[in-house]
Design a protein. Structure first.
Length: 177
């Protein structure tokens, strides 16, 4: 089904933390607010923040790789973010946000774009210590997508909850105050 473009992002010149996701899904396209779905609830839990903190645009920027809902494939899954969106707008937008200190790279599209590597999400997230230590600003922290589709991944990688989530919460709390 065809749909009108509806860019969904939240940015400000004061946010020091950015959540970089894939692209709006069906629910987000309808609501106009990012992560207004169970994935958003899980992500906020990982981060240790309330919805009020998460949606405080002055503190948290939310910048998907594709700003608009890309539609669905034949099986009903969301299509990947449209590549031309990132190519056309990403650098221009990020140049306006030099205060971002930490980007949470949620899923493979964000990780490949920002890290410039064609590794799997698992390999990238497993290497999170090294990714965090890369020189330069902003710093990056790779995360799997918080979708229910990744429940099996989370069960088979218990170190994520035991090691990465506590570090994520400390980093977020430090930036949000």
């Amino acid at each position: 089904m065809a749909h009108e473009p509806r860019p969904v992002l939240r940015v400000s010149k004061t946010a020091r933390l950015a959540v970089v996701g894939q692209a709006p899904g069906t629910r987000v396209h309808a609501s106009g607010m990012p992560f207004t779905d169970p994935s958003g609830e899980r992500l906020r839990d990982w981060m240790g923040v309330t919805a009020e903190e998460f949606y405080d645009v002055h503190r948290v920027a939310i910048i998907p790789m594709g700003f608009c809902y890309p539609g669905q494939d034949a099986q009903g899954g969301d299509l990947p973010p449209r590549a031309e969106c990132a190519r056309r707008w990403r650098e221009r937008l990020l140049a306006q946000l030099p205060q971002i200190e930490l980007m949470l790279l949620v899923g493979g599209y964000a990780q490949r774009w920002h890290l410039g590597e064609a590794r799997s999400v698992t390999a990238t997230v497993e290497d999170w210590h090294a990714v965090m230590k890369r020189p330069g600003q902003p710093r990056y922290l790779p995360l799997p997508h918080p979708s229910w589709r990744n429940n099996a991944w989370l069960k088979s990688h218990p170190w994520f909850d035991a090691e990465l989530v506590p570090r994520l919460r400390r980093e977020v709390r430090c930036l949000l105050g």
